[in-house]
Design a protein around this ligand. Sequence first.
Ligand code: MG
Length: 379
Amino acid sequence: MADNTDTAIVIVAAGRGTRAGGDVPKQWRPVAGKTVLARTVAAFAGFGRVVLVLHPDDMIGGLSEFGGTVTLVAGGASRTESVRNALETLDMNTVSRVLIHDGARPFVSPELIQRVLSALAHAPAAAPALPVSDALWRGQDGHVSGTMDRDGLFRAQTPQGFHLREIVAAYRGHAGDAHDDVAIARARGLDVVIVEGDEENFKLTWPKDFLRAERMLAGDMDVRTGNGYDVHAFTDGDHVTLCGIEIPHSRALLGHSDADVGMHALTDAIYGALAEGDIGRHFPPTDPRWKGAASRIFLSHAADLARQKGYRLTNADVTLVCERPKIGPHALAMARELARIATVDPERISVKATTSEQLGFTGREEGIAALATVTLVRS
Ligand code: MG
């Protein structure tokens, strides 16, 4: 889409709407693990430079969420003022067309965006809409007080697209507020082409809209599990390190690093869920850099890799198999330490232990084995 460098996308998200419930404005509420606004911004990737209009109180939050990927502009007292502020930041020498979009419409499709852009090749303004299909009534006090003809009526959506010079001139010539940008364009006499809207491009307004959004995204959810298994032999020593916790013991574990068998199993489980091999692939034992390296480096790398690929670690379960030392008294501290290293909620990590009834190598206390299972979710 190299020919979209002349396109700016103004996303208006300065409102304080709380009709949707919750204690933060709706555009900042998460849907399936990602804020509405992050989803809306992502929907325009590749279509042009995004200018995000935020409430002045949200500028710092916006900077931390979007960094340098978008231009942030402080909104005004009304939507009209907010759009005006954003338009005045655009350089008419380099930007020739602008799409103005509601921050609370995260489900806008690339096809719809393209329909608006294509229409701008032949008209100064274009906007998506859907014909009204239900009968229309007037109502008062819970009773029908009249009926309306729905012929020729449309439900307006965004993005509304304009030739930049035309809409800037329209805004400069318009005093006061307006229903939307199309109203301001028409007040200046601009021809506005209607392109086909999309039922899924709805505006999140009410609590039930958020339930609908969650349901829509549930279909896209990618849920992965991974398992890890590791064994380390005992050797001479006076302590073992298990899941990041040092425990005094009459023996130590033999290994290339700190021999943290539990953390290794968990790390391998994360790599496994990502189909990214195992610790040995990312930290080759032949590389002197990793000689004696603390195992938390491995776990934190695996957890970061999962995040980079868009996954959340939703739970992990680690089982240590040994006769001694006794794990029970340390299990909670271990779970907390794993959670701290992987930067996840401690309640999502479980560490437990079992003996093998004195059978096999763990029963003979020749070493310790560990198993781990993780679930990663991307939505
Ligand atoms: Mg190991």
